[in-house]
Design a protein around this ligand. Structure first.
Ligand code: NAD
Length: 370
């Protein structure tokens, strides 16, 4: 057995606990069948934490997140907490985790599994075999820049303002994540900004170029304006391998890329912090979807986005590419076998529940490992 990995599970609200239970099945299987064991702790986040502690994440759970080798989060939010004070709203738990763990690099893959090619709104030849990774800077830029606010000018004109600001260090640390990923993929990075109209865009381009020249001359680097990137994503997405971009453009482009796959229930994500002296990075993995209150408690949710988030954890936090590949292959096989949760249901396929999908996935893992 290799050393235990300590994980913190934060199932959260709505369908969060249901989809996380399916990851537990995968972990139980791995504990028995693979050369790793997981020490899984569980905490509360979002509305569940508010109900129990009056805050969106408690100090104790925050500390557990800081100490864990990786965190897996389900989803937060729901109408029950709509009228809670802003600082205690479910999303405040997510923001506190991201901020205090300093998770500055958000990784959102957009992959199309062959059996789901038809779920995309784009033509099959445009999306089949698609596998791109968006690396979005997550803790700086216009969402955090100061000054920000509203004011009334001496002539009575009112205005609202935000500040787009990046330091060189904030750019190079997220660029490192993108270039390192590219080296393990197809060795190509598109750095995306608006250098045609923004000073901070000119700065971003210069810093990325200099950093790449100094440290990543083996990686193919392209620069693209963000508006063109949005167009290219729907025109010819397979030209991309890794897209590196800032917080604002990453927010928009990652949602655009996500929809190339056509299915919210299939999309994983990772948020990574800085590496310490031992190379360990704080990290949180979570599906892209929310708590889906409309189907919560009905055993209908698609657990595959959360299972794929766990697979990303194996790949990026624990360097367990073989096990991650096994899980990704099991997901592909279970879809090939014709099983579908309601959100990805197609004619002629078998509609299954969240828990049946989880059981089927473990059976596929068992077959693959046999
Ligand atoms: P949502 O992602 O929860 O749901 C959008 C639609 O997709 C719904 O019809 C839902 O049933 C469906 N859906 C989502 N995930 C699914 C899955 N795994 N399987 C099957 N169907 C799925 O987004 P929303 O409705 O805008 O938000 C609902 C709540 O979730 C809100 O409180 C929102 O603030 C919160 N939210 C949380 C996160 C997060 O935790 N990271 C992200 C987005 C939204």
């Amino acid at each position: 057995m290799t050393a235990n990995k300590t994980l913190l599970f934060l199932p959260g609200d709505g369908i969060g606990p249901e989809v996380m239970n399916q990851v537990r099945r995968v972990i139980d299987w791995m504990d028995k069948r693979r050369s790793v064991t997981f020490n899984v702790r569980e905490g509360l986040v979002g509305g569940a934490a508010y109900d129990a502690h009056g805050v969106a994440v408690s100090d104790e759970d925050m500390q557990q997140a800081m100490d864990a080798d990786a965190v897996l989060l389900g989803a937060v939010g729901g109408p029950k907490w709509d009228n809670v004070a802003r600082e205690h709203r479910p999303e405040a738990g997510l923001l506190r985790l991201r901020k205090e763990m300093d998770l500055f690099a958000n990784l959102r893959p957009a992959m199309v599994f062959p059996p789901l090619v038809g779920a995309s709104t784009l033509k099959p030849e445009i999306v089949s075999g698609l596998d791109i990774m968006i690396v979005r800077e997550l803790t700086a830029g216009v969402y955090f820049g100061k000054p920000r606010g509203e004011e009334t000018l001496p002539d009575g004109t009112q205005r609202g303002f935000d500040t787009q600001v990046y330091t060189d260090g904030e750019i190079t640390r997220v660029a490192d994540v993108a270039f390192d990923l590219a080296r393990k993929r197809n060795n190509k990075v598109h750095s995306v900004e608006k250098a045609n109209v923004m000073e901070s865009g000119i700065f971003w381009r210069r810093i990325v170029t200099d950093h790449a020249t100094a440290h990543y001359s083996d990686v193919e680097l392209h620069h693209m304006y963000a508006d063109n990137c949005a167009m290219q994503l729907v025109r010819w997405p397979k030209q991309f391998d890794v897209i590196l971009t800032d917080n604002l453009f990453g927010d928009l482009l990652s949602d655009c890329a996500a929809m190339l796959t056509g299915s919210l229930g299939m999309l994983p994500s990772a948020s990574l912090g800085a590496a310490d002296e031992s190379g360990r990075r704080r990290a949180m993995y979570e599906p892209v979807h929310g708590s889906a209150p409309d189907i919560a408690g009905q055993d209908q949710a698609n657990p595959l986005a959360t299972i794929l988030s766990f697979s990303m954890m194996l790949r990026y936090s624990f360097d367990m590419a073989e096990d991650a590949d096994l899980i990704d292959q099991a997901v592909s096989n279970v879809l090939d076998s014709g099983m579908r949760t309601a959100d990805i249901m197609q004619d002629g396929m078998a509609k299954v529940s969240c828990s049946v999908m989880g059981e089927a996935l473990v059976r596929q893992l068992e077959k693959l490992a046999a």
